[in-house]
Write a protein that binds this ligand. Structure first.
Ligand SMILES: [Zn+2]
Length: 389
């Protein structure tokens, strides 16, 4: 790391970040196994990956080294697990989360299981302000029982979004890329009717339902976008890599074009999540559409040296007022700490290089980092302390 990057890290050292996209922690106490820890550093669903291959990723080896340094133990997985499993879980989590210098967490709760902390408990347990991001598809699935046609259903979804935002949620997230192509198509009312009918009859038979397919998922995204625009909250869109449930070929943010060019959505603010390997496409969208923002989130802890490279590429076109910090961490405090540390380093690396090449002044780089770590999220979301630079 160059001298400018080191100086930048020092400038931001005590500055609390706003993690604009993360998931709930796992409620303690529990004994963490090697496979569970590895599972938090991969998007693989195939158990063989956590069993045999994650340990052979550069990112996991680096994560173990970093966690071990924090715990002052040998840099091995078994030493890390022994140390953390012997610690008082509440104090341990609080200590690691404090070391991540996170001031506020915007949590996608759609991912929660019975093992996860509800947000109010998580806030108490960590001493970090929590705000909810509503997961659109999960909410919509829960409301299909009482609707007799797609219109009624969309009305119910939009009303529920209004209630959730009024109660303190600060944004809406769509996982359309997991359920359909992200290349949005105009609503096909016939196909929508058919898809709704079959979901509705599954729901009536009390079978579990799962929204999927372009007709229904795209129509839902358009409705949610309209509601977000009216409520003045951002729509987060999962794009780029994730678990293999999604087809990465259809997960480029470029497919969101209808939302970006149709004047009906003017003023809508969008936060593109993860983005990699489409982070350059995302940066392009940020450079031409005022409402578009982006993050690199799990690219940073998962992609080893590709993380800082992606950061540098994102900063090519993306204004520094539109890049957001996110850990995308889940379950274990170690993951939040590793993601936060790596993210600050990647940001310092990319901005430090610009300072050293005299492309950017040092004070502009310090300020840009502050924007990315917290200022941009304060402007984008309706947060408790109001908009601040
Ligand atoms: Zn996520």
């Amino acid at each position: 790391m160059g001298a400018s990057a080191t100086a930048l890290l020092d400038d931001w050292r005590t500055m609390p970040a706003i993690d604009h996209h993360c998931h709930p922690l796992r409620r303690w106490p529990f004994e963490l196994s090697a496979v569970e820890l590895r599972g938090a550093f991969t998007e693989a669903l195939d158990a063989q990956m956590a069993e045999h291959h994650v340990v052979n990723t550069v990112a996991y080896q680096d994560a173990i080294r970093r966690i071990a340094a924090e715990l002052r133990c040998d840099a091995t997985e078994s030493a890390v697990l022994a140390q953390r499993n012997a610690a008082d879980p509440a104090e341990y989590a609080k200590r690691l989360m404090a070391r991540s210098t996170t001031g506020m967490m915007l949590v996608d709760n759609g991912f929660a299981t019975t093992e996860s902390f509800p947000l109010s408990e998580q806030e108490m347990a960590l001493g970090i302000t929590q705000r909810e991001i509503v997961r659109l598809e999960t909410l919509a699935e829960s409301l299909i029982h009482d609707a007799s046609d797609p219109h009624e259903w969309f009305d119910a979804v939009r009303a529920a979004l209004r209630v959730r935002i009024a109660r303190g949620a600060v944004g809406v997230k769509t996982i359309c890329a997991y359920r359909a192509s992200l290349r949005l198509e105009p609503v096909d009312t016939d196909a929508l009717g058919v898809a709704f009918g079959s979901l509705r009859s599954r729901a009536e038979r009390d079978q579990s339902i799962r929204l999927a397919g372009n007709a229904i998922c795209h129509a839902l995204v358009f409705e949610a976008a309209k509601e977000c625009q009216e409520l003045g909250v951002p729509l987060q869109v999962h794009c780029g890599f994730g678990d293999p449930d999604e087809d990465l070929a259809n997960a480029s943010p470029l497919g969101l074009r209808p939302l970006l060019i149709d004047s009906a959505y003017r003023g809508l603010r969008i936060a593109l999540l993860h983005c990699y390997p489409y982070h350059r496409e995302a940066a392009y969208l940020c450079s031409v559409f005022s409402g578009v923002h982006m993050d690199l989130s799990l690219t940073i802890p998962f992609a080893a040296l590709e993380g800082p490279r992606a950061m540098r590429e994102a900063l090519g076109l993306c204004p520094t007022s539109k890049l957001l910090y996110a850990s995308d961490a889940t379950r274990y405090p170690e993951v939040y700490l590793v993601a936060a540390t790596l993210h600050r380093e990647a940001l310092a690396d990319a901005l430090g290089e610009l300072v050293e090449r005299r492309v950017m002044s040092r004070s502009a780089a310090v300020d840009a980092g502050r924007q990315v770590l917290a200022g941009n999220a304060r402007r984008l979301y309706p947060l408790p302390n109001g908009p601040r630079q």
